[in-house]
Design a protein around this ligand. Structure first.
Ligand SMILES: CC(C)(COP(=O)(O)OP(=O)(O)OC[C@H]1O[C@@H](n2cnc3c(N)ncnc32)[C@H](O)[C@@H]1OP(=O)(O)O)[C@@H](O)C(=O)NCCC(=O)NCCS
Length: 169
């Protein structure tokens, strides 16, 4: 059976809808300004379903996590509108991100999330937050929800792409 949604690269015309989805889910996601989304539009994917933008995801390469030849990639701003959840759209968005970044040769993909079951179902495993210290201090430093990143209940999850290729770590 073919999926009733389409994953595609985002366009500038999608920016306001991407902003609205991230803003609506600001309890789970780090906020982004419209300008930030515009600057990073080439790294965003969107899902189209039922004639609307139903979800989005993007990524960031972190040279400080890993080394220069096998930096870590973080899945960011992943959201599916509530009416479209549990149809495989979130999985397809993460697959699109991984498909895009696999060509760069990163060793690991990470996510900081309140949806660990979702990421487990995609082969991610929980890791100690201390493993991604740099991300916590650079990415989380502007979050005002908690006194510091280590008391934030978000869970760090990682999937090794080396396992996908059979490469030795
Ligand atoms: C997390 C999120 C993106 C999942 O999107 P989705 O389109 O519903 O996910 P999928 O349909 O692709 O789910 C794939 C699998 O993940 C697991 N899963 C997804 N949502 C789950 C949930 N709420 N509880 C438990 N397992 C879940 C299931 O195993 C599911 O497969 P199944 O439906 O066949 O059982 C969506 O719930 C969301 O936007 N949440 C708010 C924002 C957020 O937390 N983003 C993640 C930040 S990193």
């Amino acid at each position: 059976m073919s999926a009733d949604f389409l994953i595609r690269a985002a366009r500038l015309a999608d920016v306001e809808k991407i902003f609205a989805m991230i803003h609506l889910n600001r309890d789970q996601l780090i906020s982004r300004s419209v300008g930030n989304i515009v600057e990073n539009i080439d790294r965003f994917f969107v899902a189209e379903a039922g004639g609307e933008i139903a979800g989005c995801a993007t990524y960031q390469v972190h040279p400080e996590l890993g080394d220069a030849r096998s930096a870590t990639v973080e899945v960011q701003s992943l959201v599916v509108k509530s009416a479209f959840r549990r149809r495989g759209i979130g999985r397809a968005l993460v697959d699109a991100v991984i498909g895009r970044v696999s060509g760069f040769g990163p060793r690991d993909v990470v996510a900081l999330t309140f949806a660990p079951e979702f990421f487990s179902s995609l082969g991610f495993v929980q890791i100690p937050k201390t493993k991604i210290m740099h991300k916590l201090y650079t990415g989380c430093i502007n979050c005002a929800k908690h006194t510091n990143p280590f008391v934030c209940p978000e869970i760090a999850m990682m999937r090794s792409l080396a396992d996908d290729t059979g490469e030795k770590r």
